[in-house]
Design a binder for this molecule. Structure first.
Ligand SMILES: [Zn+2]
Length: 421
């Protein structure tokens, strides 16, 4: 029996959490002794629907183990691993390989995402059925990094996931409008001499796919929204009754294109950092519920891929270890509470991804729990548990700190240290 004493459950009542055999058995005060958690907010373990774990193929940037360590340090108990590995996770054998690596690391639940198209090439559908029936039980399919551009293929993919209760997670980017793009399309791009990435490239694909989702009755999830116009399209689609969900990253909530003035590739990301008006619209949409979840798009890259000229640098930023702090700041400043934070970082991502054992903190549920000190302030550093250091928040002071993470009733992160299996 593990007892977490004097937690602040969802930032509300103070109580104890009793855990036996990996299951929460009581949320009431008890006379049993345990671990003092006074002052710590207890939430269901965080769930990231959008993580790049880079293995197999890019182990210099991240492995399933190093990414899992970074995840538990950020309060996560489940990570959905994106499919753009090498080989691509477009078959039962590769998704099962990722699942097995996650089980071996043993720190949190690694749930593979399957590619929509073979090799992410956008030409023909991958073996979605085989991945769904595999031991990895894939329910989320995405060509993230690439947009599923062909509307006929998108229609087929949506029809398939409708039949098996899955979802397509689309990286919305019209490729013909973003050829050679390096940053947001704006006056600043002209000034800096970099090719711009227009908002309409994102918004037009979201609108098209919303209509395809309506036609098929399938579930559609839009990865990493970045523009005010994209928020408007999502609002319109939801009002129409379309089964669409939307995600925002920590960096798009707080960072703007002004950072690109430094030409520091740590700020190079796909989709790009946008204007201050866009980030304000994204924060408002997260607070008012138009945007359903925060996904990190944790995209580690080795120093070789980032420490070079802007044009040659890889797109992407790490995100797992500061996401909760960014969301705490945005949601609490926006007048929402810890229950709402649990919704956007745990319950809803688990629901979208079909993980019924995650996203809940209640009696008789699996003991996947995050304990956060809400009053802490810390300065983000690029030296984290990730194998990569491409952190755009390095040097930024943020509120809140993850103190403990429990996965299936065992500490995976305790007093600020990873507890290796
Ligand atoms: Zn993406």
């Amino acid at each position: 029996m593990i007892v977490l004493k004097s937690v602040s459950l969802f930032g509300e009542k103070q109580t104890d959490i009793s855990i036996a055999d990996g299951i929460v058995v009581s949320l009431e005060p008890t006379s049993e002794k345990g671990i003092d958690c006074s002052g710590l907010v207890a939430l269901p373990g965080l769930v990231d629907l959008h993580t790049h774990l880079r293995q197999p193929g890019f182990e210099a940037s991240e492995t399933v183990l190093s990414g899992s360590k970074s995840g538990v340090a950020g309060g996560y108990t489940a990570l959905f691993a994106m499919a753009n590995t090498n080989p691509v996770a477009d078959s039962a054998s590769v998704v099962e390989q990722v699942l097995t690596l996650g089980e071996a690391a043993g720190l949190l639940q690694v749930q593979p995402i399957g590619a929509v198209t073979k090799g992410l090439a956008g030409a023909e559908l991958a073996g979605l059925g085989g991945m769904a029936r595999s031991r990895a039980k894939v329910r989320v399919f995405s060509d993230d990094g690439m947009c599923v551009f062909d509307p006929a293929l998108m229609l087929q993919a949506l029809t398939f996931v409708k039949s098996m209760g899955g979802v397509i997670a689309q990286h919305a980017q019209e490729p013909r409008l973003t050829e050679g793009a390096q940053m947001n399309d704006s006056d600043l791009a002209t000034e800096l001499g970099l090719t711009g990435w227009p908002s309409v490239a994102e918004e037009s694909i979201i609108a098209r796919d919303a209509l395809l989702a309506e036609k098929t009755g399938a579930r559609l999830h839009i990865c990493h929204l970045t523009t005010a116009g994209a928020v408007d399209v999502i609002r319109w689609a939801k009002k129409r009754g379309i089964q669409i969900t939307a995600e925002v990253t920590p960096h798009h909530l707080m960072l703007t294109e002004e950072l690109v003035r430094s030409y520091d590739p740590v700020y190079k990301v796909n989709p790009p950092l946008r204007s201050a008006e866009d980030t304000a619209a994204l924060r408002e949409a997260l607070v008012d519920g138009t945007i359903d979840i925060v996904g990190t798009d944790h995209a580690p890259h080795s120093i070789e891929k980032k420490d070079c000229e802007w044009e040659n640098a890889a797109f992407g930023m790490v995100g797992l270890e500061h996401a909760a702090s960014v969301v705490q700041k945005v949601m609490l400043e926006g007048g929402r509470n810890w229950r709402d934070i649990a919704q956007v970082m745990s319950s809803k991502p688990a629901e979208i991804g079909g993980l019924t054992n995650q996203g809940r903190l209640d009696v008789d549920t699996e003991a996947n729990i995050t304990l956060i000190d809400p009053s802490a302030t810390r300065t983000v550093t690029s030296q984290t548990h990730s194998a990569s250091t491409n952190n755009p928040f390095a040097g930024v002071a943020l509120p809140g700190a993850v103190v403990h993470t429990l996965f299936r009733g065992n500490f995976s992160f305790k007093d600020g240290e990873v507890v290796e299996k």
